[in-house]
Design a protein around this ligand. Structure first.
Ligand code: UDX
Length: 482
């Protein structure tokens, strides 16, 4: 890299080591920020950066979404976000628009936050939204700006975006590109944006460094006020892009590792929960992300490990990531395990085509891929409910937040209004999302409603002795039968 920088340090660094302040192209005191794509990522970032005091414009082609946000309504369920949206709209720092020209006029730093879903024809990521966002924005620019990628992308994308910018932006402006992946977890997104555990800045020039520093100053100031430091890694494009997918591949591998151990525990009579606890005391291993269950889902981990493999293959490094295929397979197998347990509990034989559970009523508690979200993308709960429905069973689903999304994804089951409604007369109850409402449900109360007291704890999140004491036949994941 051709300018002095510290590859890794806690920010804000001492004054002398801070990037040289630059004048904002718009003439504003602080950089004006746009967030292009107001889905989960972009909406959260736009709202939180307004909260940090920046002037922010959220941009999307979806008029309905923009109208909702502008009216103070968050289109997703994310704790804390509604209040921040309304507060910052009222303060006049936050606006939303569908107009790229307005975005180009307004912004100094433009964050690309559009989705990069798995392509329907393979494992790789669909970059068409990134392409559209960039080529819709940059022709309208009339002064220098920094385009910052936040979307999760295959390594090499930032270079390609730089070429796109070179082709479509007026050449004399010197528009630059940087890449800064996000690491937010649904359910904790506000915290993760305001108080990130690290920032990764992939960049090529001292100007981009100064602009990104200015665009994150609010994050550093908050940290200083709270006596914290924010670790920052300043690096090249390729490393910044890889950090994100490598982190998600590691997390997915950790979950599949413990789920593989669950399979061995099932075969040997051991208890994976105790095993996880015992290995987690070794802080080289750590206790987080070792919860065995129905496996990982969501909009990130499953698609990221697939597109990572596809990209590595293209680069001739496919062999290096072959293990991720196993990680995926272990994850899929856990979903089938619930069906096996259902057949076992209901006393139905498990044939080559799976069990026949016709005539049985199964209550599924949970539809979202994890609690505190309404997101059902690649949700293990939905996948298991679908498999159960295919056995001929009558499946009813209840979720505190995910019902609307679930109905779209899984129309072939019935939906109940509440937990007590869904379990009424059920022959089997499956807990497939670890919502507090389910974890702390009273097994005596539910026991009085069901037809048969049989429960599968797909997340190992229930108090097993309490349920067995209330007379339930209980099955966990990777745990011996009580
Ligand atoms: C993940 C990453 O954590 C985040 O850093 C990245 O930016 C986006 O992807 P998220 O998809 O919100 O975030 O969910 P996360 O909390 O990581 O959980 C992913 C899945 O793994 C969920 O289905 C969860 O239930 C499952 N999981 C998690 C387990 O099965 N066991 C565990 O021990 C932990």
């Amino acid at each position: 890299m051709s300018f002095p920088y510290s590859p890794t340090q806690a920010y804000p660094p001492p004054q002398a080591q801070q990037p040289t302040p630059v004048v904002m192209p718009s003439g504003a005191q602080r950089p004006r920020l746009t967030f292009i794509g107001t889905g989960y990522l972009g909406a959260t970032y736009a709202i939180c950066f307004a909260e940090l005091g920046y002037e922010v414009l959220g941009v999307d082609v979806d008029e309905a979404k923009i109208a909702k946000l502008a009216a103070g309504e968050v289109p997703i369920h994310e704790p804390g976000l509604d209040e921040l949206l309304r507060r910052n709209l009222a303060a006049g720092r936050l606006r939303f628009s569908t107009d790229y020209r307005e975005a180009a006029d307004f912004g100094d730093v433009h964050f690309i936050c559009v989705g990069t879903p798995q392509r329907p024809d393979g494992m790789s990521a669909d970059l068409s939204y990134v392409e559209t966002a960039v080529t819709s924005l940059v022709p309208h620019l009339t002064r220098k700006a920094l385009i910052v990628g936040k979307s999760t992308v295959p390594v090499g994308t930032a270079e390609w975006v730089e070429q796109l910018v070179g082709k479509h932006a007026p050449a004399e402006l010197g528009v630059e590109v940087a890449w800064s992946p996000e690491f937010l977890q649904e359910g904790f997104a506000v915290e993760d944006v305001l108080r990130p555990n690290r920032l990764v800045l992939g960049l090529k020039s001292a100007w981009a460094h100064s602009m990104l520093f200015a665009a994150h100053k609010g994050v550093f100031e908050l940290a200083v006020n709270e006596d914290r430091e924010v670790p920052v890694v300043v690096t090249d494009f390729a490393t910044a892009e890889l950090v994100k997918v490598a982190a998600n591949a590691f997390l997915a591998t950790k979950i599949s590792f413990i789920n593989a151990m669950a399979e061995v525990c099932e075969a040997s009579g051991a208890d994976v929960s105790q095993l996880a606890r015992a290995i987690g005391y070794d802080d080289r291993i750590g206790k987080k992300f070792l919860r065995a269950g129905v496996g990982f889902g969501g909009g990130c981990l499953p698609k990221d490990i697939r597109s990572f493999q596809a990209r590595a293959q293209e680069l001739g490094a496919g062999e290096a990531l072959r293990f991720l295929h196993e990680v995926d397979l272990i994850n899929q197998r856990r979903r089938g395990r619930v069906v096996q347990l259902a057949a076992e509990l209901l006393g139905r034989p498990y044939g080559p085509a799976g069990p026949d559970l016709s005539g049985m009523r199964i209550a599924v508690l949970g539809a979202t891929f994890k609690p505190n979200t309404d997101d059902v993308r690649d949700s293990p709960a939905i996948a298991v409910a679908r498999k159960l429905a295919r056995t001929g069973a009558q499946v009813g689903v209840y979720d505190p937040q995910g019902m609307e999304n679930a109905k779209r994804d899984l129309p072939e089951v019935s939906y109940a209004q509440s937990m007590t409604d869904v379990v009424r007369d059920a022959d089997l109850v499956c807990v497939l999302t670890a919502w507090e409402e389910f974890r702390y449900a009273d097994p005596n109360v539910l026991g009085a409603l069901v037809n048969g007291k049989r429960v599968i704890d797909g997340l190992n999140c229930l108090d097993q002795p309490l349920w067995t004491a209330a007379g339930w036949e209980f099955r966990g994941m990777g745990r011996p039968n009580p």
